[in-house]
Design a protein around this ligand. Structure first.
Ligand code: FAD
Length: 550
C-alpha cells in the first residue's frame, strides 16, 4: 500500500546503505525483492517505468508446467515448473486459477495426437495428478461446435493455470513493502557506481515522476541485481559485458467474449509455420496469440511500449480464421492488441522459436544479472539469484526456500454481501490481506462493473489512491485491465474514471487533460491495429456462434 506522500518519504531514505538493490520491477525483480525482504534484508527495488510495465504485463498470462519442455526431454525443468504452478494455485487462489486446456488433433498435424497424448501422461505423472484425457471427435464437436471440422479427429484435455500477470507482480511487490523494504517505480538507473576495485557498489537513479523531475540520487548497497528483462544488456554494457540477448516480440489480439466465446483454452497448430497457438478467456475477453519475431525495427528502450505490426495482425487473423472459420472474424472484431518482448539468449538460431528460454545468471564485476525464464518460475529464479549473492551478506539470516510465495490470504473476510463465489475469490486473490480495505465503505454502485469489464469502480478508486499510480496508463492498463478488455481502451468510460481518479490522484485539470491525451495516443499507437486510431475500433459485433457447453 503506497500512502499519499510515499514517494518523498522513499526518496529521503535513499541515503542509507542497503543490503540489496534490485533493478527492474517486473516479476523477476519483484520475486527477488519479496524473498529478500522476507529474510529481513534492507532492500530497494527501482523500476524505470511502472511496475510490470515490461514483459510482465504482456505475457500470455499462463502459469504453466512447461509441457513444451518435455519435447526436449527436460524433465527437471518441467518438474520444477509443475511444482511452482501447484504452489501458486494453492497460495494464490483467486489470482492464479486453474484452467482447462483443449488441444485439437487434426490429421497431419505435428506433433501427432498420440505423441501429444504421451507427453500429457508424463506431464500428469510429474504433477502427481491424473487429469488429462483424450476427447473423441463427437464430444469435441458438441463442446466446440465452431471449430474447423475438416481433418479434425478429436483432441486432448488437460489442466494448467492462468493469472493476471500485472496484478501478480503488484501483489508480490506490495507484500515485500510490508516487510519494510522500498519499491520505487519511475526511478531509472542511469549509471552503475563502482568502488576502487571496479566492483559495482551502487546505482545513480533519476526520478521520472512528473512531480519529481530533476531529482537524482546515488544509492549504495552490498549487492546489486540487474533484473531488467530484455534490457539487461544495456546495464551490462556499463561493466564491459558483451551483448547476449535477442529481443523477440510476442503479440496478442483481444476479442470480445461475445465474438469468441470460450470457457477454456483452445490450442491448435498455426497453418503457416506449425507453431502452437492458444486462444482463451481472460478478464472477460478472449485472447489469441502469439507471434515470435525479432523486435528490431521499433525503438526498444523500456520507456516505449512495443507495438505489433500489420504482418503480425495478418498472422494472428490467419490463425483465428483457420481454427474458427464459421465465426468470420475480421479486424473490426479486434478489441485491443498488445505486445511483449521475450528476453532470450542469442545463440544465432535462424528460427527465433528455437532459441532457448532458460533462465540465466551472469556475475560481472559484482553486478549479478538474472534474466530469461518464465513468469511461472519467478520464485525459483529469485532463490537462485539470492544464493548467488549470499556470500556478500555475512551475518544475515539464511534464505528459507520453502516459505510461502504469497502471504496467507485472510480466512474470514468481511466483504460486502454482494460479492460472493468466484467474484469474491477473485478480489481476495488480487488484493490479498488488503481486500477488506479495498471495499470498506463501498456502496452498491461501487461494486458495479466498469463498462462490463471484470473490474469494479471500488477497485479503480483503491488503485488510484493506494497503488503507486503515476500516469493514467498505470491505472487503466495494469492496476485494472480495462484498457485492454474494453473497446477503445476503455475511453468510453473516461468521464466516470475522471470523477474518481482525478481527485484520488490529486491532479489539476491541466494534468488530467495531458494524461488523457497521452493515454489516447498510447492506445492508438501500441494497443490497436496499426494505422487505425482508437475511434475506429468498433463496438464488438453480436455473437453469431452457437452456445457452448462447458
Ligand atoms: P520485465 O517484466 O520486462 O521487467 C524488467 C523491468 O526492468 C521493466 O519493467 C523495465 O522497465 C525495467 N528496467 C529496464 N531498464 C531499467 C533501468 N535502467 N532502471 C530501472 N528499471 C529498468 N511466462 C509464463 O510463465 N507464462 C506465459 O504464458 C508467458 N507468456 C509470455 C508471452 C510473451 C509474448 C512474452 C513476451 C513472455 C511470456 N512469458 C511467459 C515470459 C514472461 O513474461 C517473462 O519471462 C517475464 O515477464 C520476464 O520478467 P522480467 O521481470 O525478467 O522482465
Amino acid at each position: 500500500m503506497w500512502k499519499p506522500g510515499w514517494r518523498n518519504e522513499a526518496w529521503s531514505e535513499l541515503t542509507r546503505l542497503f543490503d540489496l538493490i534490485v533493478i527492474g520491477g517486473g516479476i523477476t525483480g519483484a520475486g527477488i525483492f519479496r524473498e529478500a525482504s522476507r529474510a529481513g534484508l534492507r532492500v530497494l527495488l527501482v523500476e524505470a517505468n511502472d511496475f510490470a510495465s515490461g514483459s510482465s504485463s504482456r505475457s500470455a498470462k499462463l502459469v504453466h508446467g512447461g509441457l513444451r519442455y518435455l519435447a526436449n526431454l527436460d524433465f527437471k525443468l518441467t518438474l520444477e515448473s509443475v511444482r511452482e504452478r501447484e504452489r501458486l494455485l494453492k497460495q494464490g487462489q483467486g489470482l492464479v486459477m486453474p484452467i482447462g486446456f483443449f488441444f485439437t488433433d487434426y490429421a497431419g498435424d505435428w506433433p501427432p495426437g498420440w505423441l501429444f497424448g504421451g507427453g500429457l501422461v508424463a506431464y500428469d505423472l510429474l504433477a502427481l495428478r491424473w487429469r488429462h484425457r483424450h476427447i473423441p471427435l463427437a464430444e469435441v464437436r458438441q463442446r466446440f461446435p465452431y471449430l474447423r471440422v475438416n481433418r479434425l479427429q478429436g483432441g486432448y484435455h488437460y489442466f494448467d493455470a492462468q493469472t493476471d500477470d500485472a496484478r501478480l507482480v503488484l501483489r508480490v511487490i506490495e507484500e515485500g513493502q510490508r516487510d519494510g523494504c522500498i519499491a520505487l517505480n519511475y526511478a531509472r538507473v542511469e549509471t552503475l557506481l563502482s568502488d576502487r576495485e571496479g566492483e559495482v557498489c551502487g546505482v545513480a537513479i533519476s526520478d521520472r515522476d512528473p512531480g519529481g523531475i530533476g531529482r537524482t540520487a546515488e544509492v549504495r548497497a552490498r549487492c546489486i541485481i540487474n533484473a531488467t528483462g530484455c534490457w539487461t544488456d544495456e546495464l551490462r554494457s556499463q561493466v564491459g559485458g558483451r551483448r547476449r540477448l535477442r529481443k523477440l516480440r510476442g503479440s496478442h489480439l483481444l476479442f470480445s467474449a461475445a465474438r469468441i466465446p470460450l470457457t477454456e483454452v483452445v490450442g491448435f497448430i498455426h497453418p503457416r509455420d506449425h507453431r502452437p497457438m492458444y486462444t482463451f478467456p481472460w478478464e472477460g475477453a478472449t485472447l489469441l496469440g502469439t507471434t515470435d519475431i525479432d523486435h528490431t525495427l521499433q525503438p526498444s528502450g523500456p520507456e516505449t511500449d512495443p507495438a505489433l505490426d500489420l504482418a503480425e495482425v495478418d498472422y494472428l487473423m490467419e490463425a483465428a480464421d483457420d481454427i474458427f472459420p464459421d465465426l468470420k472474424l475480421g479486424e473490426d472484431d479486434i478489441l485491443a492488441t498488445f505486445s511483449g518482448i521475450r528476453p532470450v539468449i542469442d545463440t544465432g538460431q535462424i528460427n527465433p522459436s528455437k532459441e532457448s528460454r532458460d533462465m540465466v545468471l551472469w556475475n560481472e564485476r559484482g553486478l549479478l544479472t538474472v534474466t530469461g525464464g518464465k513468469l511461472t518460475t519467478f520464485r525459483l529464479m529469485a532463490h537462485q539469484a539470492l544464493r548467488a549473492v549470499r556470500k556478500h551478506l555475512p551475518g544475515k539470516p539464511e534464505f528459507n526456500e520453502s516459505t510461502r510465495v504469497l502471504d496467507c490470504q485472510p480466512g474470514e473476510v468481511d466483504l460486502p454481501v454482494d460479492l460472493a463465489g468466484e467474484r469474491r475469490q477473485r478480489m481476495i486473490g488480487r488484493y490479498g490481506n488488503r481486500v477488506e480495505l479495498v471495499f470498506s465503505g463501498s456502496r452498491a454502485a461501487d461494486l458495479t462493473s466498469i463498462g462490463g469489464a471484470e473490474s469494479c469502480w471500488a477497485e479503480l478508486r483503491w488503485s488510484a489512491q493506494n497503488e503507486a499510480v503515476i500516469h493514467l496508463d498505470d491505472l487503466l492498463l495494469r492496476r485494472q485491465r480495462i484498457g485492454l478488455t474494453l473497446p477503445r481502451g476503455g475511453l468510453d468510460q473516461i468521464g466516470a474514471v475522471r470523477a474518481i481518479a482525478q481527485s484520488a490522484l490529486g491532479w489539476d485539470d491541466v494534468r488530467w487533460e495531458n494524461e488523457q491525451a497521452a493515454y489516447r495516443a498510447l492506445i492508438g499507437k501500441s494497443y490497436s491495429v496499426p494505422g487505425r486510431s482508437y475511434e475506429e475500433v468498433h463496438s464488438p459485433r453480436r455473437c453469431i456462434c452457437p452456445e457452448i457447453s462447458s
